[in-house]
Write a protein that binds this ligand. Structure first.
Ligand SMILES: [Zn+2]
Ligand SMILES: [Zn+2]
Length: 175
């Protein structure tokens, strides 16, 4: 089978932190929700992070099964940030160079890796999600489908991935 991309890791900007990825992502998406945009801009402002928010207000991610993700180097650099202390969603950024690495909906079985961090040729985005939150006047890429919220199509993909994992719940931890 030919692979249409060559990403086998997510690497921080300075190269000290590496996450190994096995196989293809469940899905490659662009999220236009307000939380992703606010968090990304906050990291740029407060941590000097590389830009993750596109000009149109979207953030690119590739979703991987948690059992196909391994923190290979630089685990001690990983810091988690939550928009609210009680939020189940954390965004993990490196302390070495302020690179946002992944978003983790902690009860979920998938890990949402920032597409910009992927090595090699990253998987092309397949859908735009949460477009109801996109900034007014921004144009969506029209080559891929766009959905107001989290579409059933994505939920079905996630469910199929979970079934393939034997419905296990995994935690991503590094200390
Ligand atoms: Zn780094
Ligand atoms: Zn989002």
């Amino acid at each position: 089978m030919t692979r249409d991309h060559q990403s086998n890791s997510a690497i921080c900007r300075c190269g000290e932190t590496t996450i190994e990825l096995t196989g293809d992502p469940i899905q490659s998406v662009i999220c236009y929700c307000e939380s992703c945009r606010n968090a990304g801009r906050g990291f740029e402002r407060d941590l000097g992070s590389p830009q993750t928010v596109n000009a149109d207000g979207g953030v690119g991610y590739c979703l991987y099964r948690k059992d196909r993700v391994r923190i290979a180097h630089g685990a001690h650099h990983l810091r988690e940030y939550r928009l609210k202390p009680t939020s189940p969603t954390r965004r993990v950024v490196t302390s070495c160079c302020g690179s946002p690495m992944f978003l983790d909906f902690t009860p979920g079985h998938w890990l949402t890796i920032f597409r910009d961090r992927l090595s090699g040729r990253a998987p092309e985005p397949q859908m735009c999600i949460m477009t109801k939150d996109r900034p007014e006047g921004s144009e969506l890429p029209n080559a891929i489908p766009a959905y107001d919220t989290q579409p059933p199509r994505l939920m079905i993909k996630l469910l199929a991935a979970w079934a393939a994992m034997g419905f296990r719940r995994l935690k991503v931890a590094w200390r």
